[in-house]
Design a protein around this ligand. Structure first.
Ligand code: CAA
Length: 408
């Protein structure tokens, strides 16, 4: 449904597709095997002018929207889900600055990210604080003109290569979520070090690491927005804008796996004919294609809502994330099935899609958390939606009669 995309959208799709085909696909299996970061891909992204897409123009970026971001992530992820997130996580790391940074912080950090010279990561989760993001233990204490941070972060995607980290820490332990603040931590700040790298199932090109803060002293100028206590809201608003990007990654993975599967069943001969000619296989492909298209429309709708400045975008962002990532898991699993025994082996690229897809149901808020966000939003809207309905049992006489007869 290219007709629904603008000229600008299509231009991004075209550029990203070219990067994916020329620079990502040829190295995807190698990056997966070695776990190396795609430095040559980063160079290509710079050449094609894609690194600063989501950064406002006044800070050296394109000033494009979340839809454009999703489109680029989708194209990259068609070729490699790890490369898709390696790109998207820079948006996740820089949205907090765009949303809540001071003018000085924006001027200091955003142009480098826009040029692709600086990579950034998002440090929220901890060993004991995952879904319950308000229960952070990393502590930042004010000391004169500085802050002293102590604690550890976990699951920091891109952390192994990032130059800059948006880090959330408790500054007022008595105030719950309102006692959390955000800080910009540079890789060489004393007392800060990168820890263990996770040996992940998929997205193996992106270094997912632990972060450690041992009396890490940073100047007050690194406090995001120069204001305490706004960290939790900043993180939530950031995730609302970044979750469609994960959905875009899932969409690309589903589309990429579907294309491989379609190609395989067109060539694979059994019982004297292409496997594609069997109705059982066509029905599987029909379901996969339908699920992908439904996910695509929801992801684009969520991104468009954010770009239009809609309020309370958490529900639609969560819906896009949950639907697209569940779709990716289903479609990539079915794609492995269509490859038969070969799908289960590393000889073909398809099993990687399934491994890469799994994490999309987990990070940037598990799909259980997304359902919680949707459920809470629906509950809030419920009174308005149902105010005209009368559910008293006497309005359903047949049911009431049956209940009376059976004594229930
Ligand atoms: N936008 C703005 N404000 C929001 C908000 C939103 N979307 N959601 C909540 N808030 C505000 C609330 O209004 C409330 O404000 P007040 O104190 O002024 O009333 C405050 O934040 C607390 O809100 P809740 O009581 O709703 O918070 P909660 O503790 O119940 O948590 C949650 C809600 C949705 C479960 C949240 O904790 C959450 O999203 N958890 C998942 C975290 C997550 O996604 N982690 C992944 C991190 S990134 C990653 O995976 C690694 C990586 O590198 C990719």
């Amino acid at each position: 449904m290219q007709e629904l995309l603008s000229k600008q959208n299509l231009d991004y799709v075209e550029r990203a597709r070219e990067v994916a085909e020329k620079h990502v696909r040829p190295v995807a299996a190698e990056l997966d095997r070695t776990g190396e970061y795609g430095w040559s891909i980063l160079e290509a992204l710079k050449t094609y002018g894609l690194t600063g897409l989501w950064i406002p123009k006044e800070y050296g970026g394109d000033g494009a929207g979340v839809l454009d971001l999703c489109l680029v992530v989708e194209q990259l992820s068609r070729a490699c889900g790890g490369v898709g997130v390696a790109y998207a996580v820079n948006a996740l790391g820089s949205f907090p600055i765009i949303l809540g940074g001071t003018e000085e912080q924006k001027e200091k950090y955003l142009p480098g990210i826009a040029k692709g010279e600086k990579l950034i990561a998002f440090g929220l989760s901890e060993k004991a604080s995952g879904s319950d993001a308000g229960s952070l233990r990393t502590l930042a204490v004010r000391d004169g003109d500085d802050w002293v941070i102590n604690g550890d972060k976990k699951w920091t995607t891109n952390g192994g290569v990032a130059h800059l980290f948006t880090v959330y820490a408790v500054t007022r332990p008595d105030r719950g979520a309102r006692g959390i603040s955000a800080f910009m931590v540079e890789r060489d700040h004393p007392g800060f070090r990168i820890g263990k790298r996770e040996d992940t199932m998929g997205i193996r090109t992106v270094p997912v690491v632990e972060l450690h803060f041992e009396d890490c002293r940073i100047p007050n100028a690194q406090l995001l927005g120069n204001q305490e206590g706004l960290g939790f809201k900043n993180a939530m608003m950031t995730l609302d804008r970044a979750r469609p990007g994960v959905a875009g990654q899932a969409l690309g993975l589903a589309q990429g796996a579907f294309e491989w599967a379609l190609r395989y069943v067109s060539e694979r001969q059994q019982f004297g004919q292409a496997v594609l000619s069997f109705q059982a296989i066509q029905f599987m492909l029909a379901d996969m294609a339908t699920q992908i298209e439904a996910a695509r429309q929801l992801v684009y709708a969520a991104a468009r809502a954010i770009d239009a400045g809609a309020k309370n975008v958490n529900k639609i962002a969560a819906m896009a994330k949950v639907f697209a990532t569940d779709t990716a898991m289903k479609v990539t699993t079915d794609a492995v099935q269509l490859f038969g025994g070969y799908g289960y082996c590393k000889d073909y690229p398809i099993e990687k899609y399934m491994r890469d897809a799994k994490i999309t149901q987990i990070y940037e808020g598990t799909n259980q958390v997304q359902r919680l966000v949707i459920g809470r939003a629906i509950t809030r809207e419920c009174a308005h939606l149902t105010e005209g309905l009368d559910v008293k049992i006497e309005h359903f006489p047949e049911v009431a009669a049956e209940m009376a007869a059976t004594g229930t």
